[in-house]
Unconditional design. Sequence first.
Lengths: 410, 410
Amino acid sequence: MRSLDTTFWQVPKASVKNLNKHAALDLIRFSPSGISRIELSRELGLTRAAVTAIVGDLIKAGLVRETNGQSSRGRRAIALEINPQGGLVVGVDIGATHVTFVLADYLAHVIDEIEASLDIFEGPQVCLPFVDQMMRSWLEQLGVKLSQITAIGVGVPGPIVTDAGMVSGPPIMPGWDLFPIREWLEKAWGCPVTLGNDAEFGALGEWAFGAGRGVDNLVYIKVGTGIGAGLLIEGQIYRGTTGCAGEIGHVTIEEDGPLCTCGNRGCLEALAGGRAIAQKAIRAIKAGTRTTLSERPSIETISAMDVIAAARKGDHLSQKLVQEAGYYLGTALANLINLFNPTRIVIGGGVAQVGDLLLEPVRKVAKQRSLKVASQAVTITSAVLGRRSSAMGAVAQAISLSLHQLAEAS
Amino acid sequence: MRSLDTTFWQVPKASVKNLNKHAALDLIRFSPSGISRIELSRELGLTRAAVTAIVGDLIKAGLVRETNGQSSRGRRAIALEINPQGGLVVGVDIGATHVTFVLADYLAHVIDEIEASLDIFEGPQVCLPFVDQMMRSWLEQLGVKLSQITAIGVGVPGPIVTDAGMVSGPPIMPGWDLFPIREWLEKAWGCPVTLGNDAEFGALGEWAFGAGRGVDNLVYIKVGTGIGAGLLIEGQIYRGTTGCAGEIGHVTIEEDGPLCTCGNRGCLEALAGGRAIAQKAIRAIKAGTRTTLSERPSIETISAMDVIAAARKGDHLSQKLVQEAGYYLGTALANLINLFNPTRIVIGGGVAQVGDLLLEPVRKVAKQRSLKVASQAVTITSAVLGRRSSAMGAVAQAISLSLHQLAEAS
DNA sequence: CGCGATTGTTAAGTTACTTGACATTCTTTC
DNA sequence: GAAAGAATGTCAAGTAACTTAACAATCGCG
């Protein structure tokens, strides 16, 4: 009398017909050292014969190839991996102040990457042509033609309306509201574009290739100019009803705290974001605090990254500011842990590059202020992919798009 | 060039073989006024012929029956509904101070219900035999034999380890930690038991039959002695890694607030839970505040329900306390809205029975302190099923278990 | 070398579907 | 009131994705 304890069966969104083919493809993709047909059959719950047929299709379509397998007691298993020669993809991470491009093959091996400054406040009519031009000149330089690119993932720092391929009501992207970003880019580049939130893509990147590989319930926190979170439930991005799930940056921490860009008071972002850290430093210097930061020519232009650099070199004020940010972040994460009960929290973004100086107070406060059952289950680590998390998530999504489209056709 | 924008295909947990049969069954279950074969074929993406075969199986197995359909231009469609004569189920809601039993058929029509007092602090060795005895005498009184019950859903106020059928580290259930609740009950009753969290089941109940019918992303808040939340994503309960997702009661609201039963300070539960409301009332009366509550014989035994009742009759102190609770709850919900971006929040539990007196401040604060994109998407309402939300969720889960087990066998 | 162990393949049968024709039953129209 | 049109439901034949069961390939080991 074994209880099932399932809830409700779902009507699958895609065709049920090739479900196992797609599932096999993903198992092959996310097995770093290859996977054999028999392992596939175990994971999928199919017979070896069925897997032979499915893999045969995938190989014939040029999506998968055989490599050297592991030895065991009996016949040596043949390892399967994605065929990297199938095509190329690009991941683009558009941040508030920077844009990052990553060119990769279907195995997610990075071929090249570049970064450039960009001001997202200038709006889509300025930024998108700029991104388009950068892409073209960069690819030309590498000797790669746009027609070789089979899909492009683009991350932006705002809530995504997936079906429409645009952002809606973004707190830090004035002028982008409801602009048809995906349509514009697909027209410019002539290939499928998948639009995503930068924190979501960060989560996806770390889940696929980084600090949260294969983890069930993953949260990625991007601490940059602002603060955002990406939620991943069993490898699926959770966006919520209007695409703004994970907006942890605008969670209230101090009821009467400093004013935030969103209009409220005491938001996490206004207390622990990069902009807040920089402004706190400037204010402290003006108030006469001793710090190595005051040696800089212009005090007004001190950025969060300057504070981070100084903290690393042992500057007391900077270290104090970073730890303070960690304290606030830990408080917010404690609430997130109680609500979402994640397996892992990965902290990335520019500010996170200080490492344990930020993470230690985060871990301490998060543990202290959350329920024991929940805090014991979660590990809080820093991002493995560093500044590339989001771009790699965009790459993962682009590869996903390409592979599954090809698998459907075959 | 239509972009897919899916993420990753999942390996389905149950057998893929009968997936459409199960999906059809659920579509029939959750269509209040029946559904025709042709509507099923549209929803499932199958042909009419295939649906004929599937429905034929379900009818032959006695799970589904035909009723009168709607007229249209052409041939009258035959409406399908679950066959209520297939069997009976029971939903049990074990709360901190009460236990509720609901007997229902497969159409979730309530046949009878009873409620009794119970002190969960007495532990499983006392409570479970008591629940067992109550079930037996109640069923005997109704002339129903235990063997007629095909499944029983049981809700308890603690984090669930689904596979094991027990609770782990429950904040308000000392002595129950890791006790094999499901095993004990299955042995006692001789039928499959599905164990769930009371807030989860509340969410399920309101999603299936109440204020959140069919809603994509639903949050149910149970404001009773404590405060808990149940999260439903597309009809699926989200439990998190260790089953304690939605523990909103222990989210920090005031850093140096009153001590909570969980050991932390300033938890939502310690500020807005039923216990907190009652204690605040007692303290105010002792301090000399004028209130109708002081007419009661014993001040120390004033409960949250007394305060609720007084507030409804216009008592000023009681109304103030309820509104205060609403204010705190609204703050917590604002954070939940930013993180989870739900479509609907349903507020239930004993304290919620005051209605708008609590809901108005909740709505106001929640809207004010959350992002516009998120707050515009969500509606906050009170539970339709009232005190029965959780028990009806347990019924829904029990029916689910029975139907899908029978469908698998047929 | 031969043997068991393990992996992969092949051919025949099964199942859940689709396709396309047909039957049924309603409303509308002449 | 019969015919036409429209929608729903069913049937029979074919197909794709599986399973079953036998067999082939390849390894380590005595």
